[in-house]
Ligand binder design. Sequence first.
Ligand SMILES: [Zn+2]
Ligand SMILES: [Zn+2]
Length: 290
Amino acid sequence: MRNPVGGHIPVAGGLAKTGLPYAAEMGAEAVQVFVANPRGWATPAGDPKQDEAFRAGCAARSLPVYVHAPYLINFGSHTEATAERSVESLRHSLRRGRDIGARGVVVHTGAATGGRPRSEALAQVRERLLPLLDELTHEDDPWLLLEGTAGQGASLCSRMADLGPYFDALDRHPKLGVCLDTCHVFAAGHDLAGPGGMKQTLDELVSVVGEGRLKLIHANDSKDVVGAHKDRHENIGSGHIGAEPFRELFAHPATEGVPLTIETPGGKEGHAADVARLKALRDGPEETGA
Ligand SMILES: [Zn+2]
Ligand SMILES: [Zn+2]
């Protein structure tokens, strides 16, 4: 099964009204949206008409939909208020995800702030996040997808191996999956651009979390070198990862059928070009006529 290739789409003005034309213009075969201000704690109600139109539009085009939860969420925070708000914010994203037919909701794995030990932060992740996973009992409920970071500060997950203790803290829940961001793992020190680097990284992911857990890929190149711990996305093929490792990514059994969404700079034209580049890397020279 081919990997759908698409991207994060803007939805200010309406999920269907703004999002669907943007998706069409970028040539998206998969989309990711925010359902709240990503830099705030607000939990806005959806507009049922836009929800319905968006669901219908995505279904008509067979577009898998993903939600990215707000960035402020941190289940490892030493601040009680942040931990509490994280629960409300993620619960909102999960419910809104179900409303719009999302397959998965991406959440950042957070950090052990305030100098607290990782074990303490992970115990809190279990206490706060496991109940939310247990709420996902409806067949239409999305997967919860963990996205690691570039490894800044006291990040709880950046290297593949870090996902092991995080999965264990959540009892390897059946609704738990992974969103792999190529820029983040490169920044965290996995040399995707080195010989066999992509394959090795994906092999390690599977050995840590098991088969069938990789549900989404954030396809981003990196403005910075490997191991820089900087989260600065670049257009596909224009950064330090380069285009070739994405060919390796498509060829790996762990990514079979897994959608890719770009989160790159450059506005609509840059996005359309990145989607086209990835499709060409996926399809190879025969189908693109190159
Ligand atoms: Zn990402
Ligand atoms: Zn990023």
